[in-house]
Design a protein around this ligand. Structure first.
Ligand code: ATP
Ligand code: MG
Length: 399
């Protein structure tokens, strides 16, 4: 019997099989199903070529067609469908140089990193378990498929992935696998940093994050990572009160607060983070610093975007051992005089008109922020005339 969680995806497999090809659920979804965890993405492996999949499904997005992966849209869901393949060398440490499409699921499972990720399940719910993955799931053990030394040398990202899975699942890493990670760990420096950042985001978000960090310490992985290699004590500064952090923006804010010599900008540059991560980290840092100096007040809530409230509260919990409820922030937000800059009873144009002799420059943003502060803290009414009166006594500073 096919488990309920996979029923939505069943028609996709049926459709491929109707066209005389084989298809299986593979990877994380099978593992998570056996663990009774909520399923993330449902990935499908098939004997059909990516071109053929494009032909037989109406809605297909060719995301990684050269590696055999396309996304099939069905209902409102997306499924990654990957042709059975074996990988060539990873000489650029990003993607295999070549991939060879094959007709056999067994060889496809053999290229996968860990036994717990190398299970396949067919339409009837039968499992293919060639490497003892089920047993390892039962025993909560991470172990490579095949010779670990070879597998980690092929793609050293798997070393980071082992840490990431231990953090997500709370599994131990098999002692032999640990030794093999230790032998190859110096190869981490050759990886594309974006791949590492991606795995680290998940590592720091894992339910068992302290376990992942303990492995990092034990294996001295930091020696081969940007910033951590310059500050060997950094990993040891992470407090025992560490909790899962939902985004990399939260993670680098925490790491900056633990080691202020490394700026947010340095984290962003060295770990090639997105602009979104940057914006988040800047917001969180401003909120946290304000909290340390002034406590939780209207100005903090006004400045911090609502989407970052939970992350801010996680940082406060880890660093200050204070547990503040999100409702508390929402209550403060509700009574704010203004919610955003555009609610001000005066705008940039008005200000330029009021001070015609001043050239455009940073003074404008500066004075707007001051007006916002006065209004949010209740020292000034949000009223055009009141603001203009206030400006007479508090004219913009000279740039
Ligand atoms: P998650 O639930 O976090 O997505 P996942 O197991 O699905 O976990 P992915 O990174 O999405 O992890 O990879 C999907 C599958 O592809 C893995 O389960 C594994 O079988 C295989 N895989 C991914 N990356 C590698 C790699 N670097 N080397 C070998 N196999 C890999
Ligand atoms: Mg996945």
């Amino acid at each position: 019997m096919l488990p309920e969680a996979f029923l939505m995806a069943k028609p996709v497999l049926e459709h491929i099989e109707k066209h005389n090809h084989r298809a299986y659920f593979v990877g994380g979804c099978v593992r998570d199903f056996l663990l009774n965890r909520p399923l993330g993405d449902i990935d499908i492996a098939t004997s059909a070529s990516p071109e053929y999949i494009q032909e037989i499904f109406p809605k297909v997005i060719p995301v990684g067609i050269e590696h055999g992966t396309v996304i099939v849209r069905h209902g409102k869901e997306s499924y990654e469908v990957t042709t059975f393949r074996i990988d060539g060398d990873y000489s650029d440490k990003r993607h295999p140089d070549t991939v060879q499409f094959i007709d056999r699921i067994d060889k496809d499972l053999e290229r996968r990193d860990f036994t717990i990720n190398a299970l396949a399940m067919n339409l009837s719910g039968d499992m293919i378990d060639l490497f003892g993955g089920k047993e390892d799931i039962q025993n909560k053990v991470i172990r490579t498929v095949g010779n670990g030394y070879r597998r980690f040398t092929e793609d050293p990202l798997r070393i980071i992935r082992a840490l990431r899975f231990s953090s997500q699942l709370g599994f131990t890493i098999h002692p032999k696998t640990i030794d093999e990670m230790s032998l190859v760990r110096h190869e981490i420096v050759n990886l594309a940093i974006e791949r590492i950042t991606n795995e680290f985001t998940k590592l720091f978000a894992g339910t068992y994050v302290t376990q992942g960090i303990d492995y990092m310490k034990k294996l001295e992985i930091g020696r081969f990572l940007p910033i951590f290699s310059d500050f060997p004590d950094l990993i040891h500064l992470i407090p025992a009160s560490m909790k899962p952090l939902k985004s990399f923006g939260e993670t680098i804010t925490l790491l900056h607060l633990l080691k202020p010599e490394v700026t947010i900008n340095q984290w962003i540059t060295n770990w090639k983070c997105s602009n979104k991560t940057k914006l988040e980290a800047i917001q969180l840092l401003e909120a946290y610093n304000h909290f340390t100096a002034n406590g939780l007040d209207k100005w903090l809530v006004y400045r911090l975007r609502a989407e970052f409230y939970p992350g801010f509260l996680r940082l406060v919990e880890i660093l200050d051992h204070k547990s503040i409820s999100i409702e508390h922030l929402i209550t403060i937000e509700r009574i704010l005089e203004i919610k955003q800059k555009s609610d001000l009873a005066i705008n940039g144009h008005n200000l330029i008109e009021l001070f015609p002799n001043k050239k455009k420059g940073p003074w404008l943003n500066h004075i707007i922020k001051q007006i916002e502060l006065e209004i949010v803290t209740g020292h000034l009414k949000n009223d055009n005339k009141a603001i203009k009166d206030w400006l007479k006594w508090n004219p913009p500073a000279i740039d």
